[in-house]
Design a protein around this ligand. Structure first.
Ligand SMILES: CC(C)(COP(=O)(O)OP(=O)(O)OC[C@H]1O[C@@H](n2cnc3c(N)ncnc32)[C@H](O)[C@@H]1OP(=O)(O)O)[C@@H](O)C(=O)NCCC(=O)NCCS
Length: 155
């Protein structure tokens, strides 16, 4: 049986689905205009995972950035979420693999992200994908207040 899951670009028409997924999965709130300005950003990488009937069951949002050495290219991940009913089935991995592929094509050498220290699921997922904690950032998050880890991996 063919696999019905597909990686697709995010367009303005999908923003409501992204906000709903973000709410369901407890992501830090992004308003519609946040997603819209990211869609318009030249260096953004925004992918969604589509299941049957064009239903969006996951997404990832990140950007290519200038590396710390001001010469190379790095990438940052701002958000990744998979619908609770679709988690632990390799869907986050499909999104990550597609994101990494875009980063490699662009010549990025390192990927960065931040995560709440209490978010054990996400930290396990990132560690499984070779991300390593670089720093503890005190008071990084608000609503509720919490420290965050800065994590990165090379490509
Ligand atoms: C993090 C998240 C995107 C992972 O998506 P997912 O589709 O469940 O991940 P996958 O099924 O592709 O997992 C790949 C591997 O990562 C690890 N992993 C993923 N979720 C895990 C969990 N809850 N506990 C332990 N390991 C986990 C496992 O090694 C897993 O492989 P396995 O299932 O064969 O053991 C998902 O849990 C999510 O949407 N969380 C809520 C939103 C969030 O916190 N986003 C991050 C904000 S910084």
């Amino acid at each position: 049986m063919p696999n019905p899951r597909r990686i697709r670009p995010v367009e303005a028409a999908h923003i409501a689905a992204l906000i709903e997924l973000g709410t369901e999965t407890g992501l830090s709130h992004w308003a519609a205009h946040d997603y819209l300005s990211e869609i318009k950003a030249k260096n953004a990488i925004m992918l969604r995972l589509e299941a049957d009937a064009n239903h969006t069951v996951g997404f990832i949002v990140g950007r290519l950035i200038t590396a710390a050495d001001a010469v190379g290219i790095d990438a940052e991940i701002y958000n990744i979420a998979v619908s609770p009913t679709h988690q632990r089935r390799g869907n986050g991995q499909l999104l990550f693999d597609a994101f990494f592929e875009r980063c490699r094509e662009a010549g990025a050498r390192r990927i960065w992200l931040e995560v709440r220290v209490s978010n054990e699921k996400a930290i396990a997922f990132y560690t499984h994908n070779s991300f390593v904690i670089q720093h503890l950032r005190k008071g990084l998050y608000h609503s509720p207040p919490e420290d965050g880890y800065l994590m990165s991996r090379t490509l």
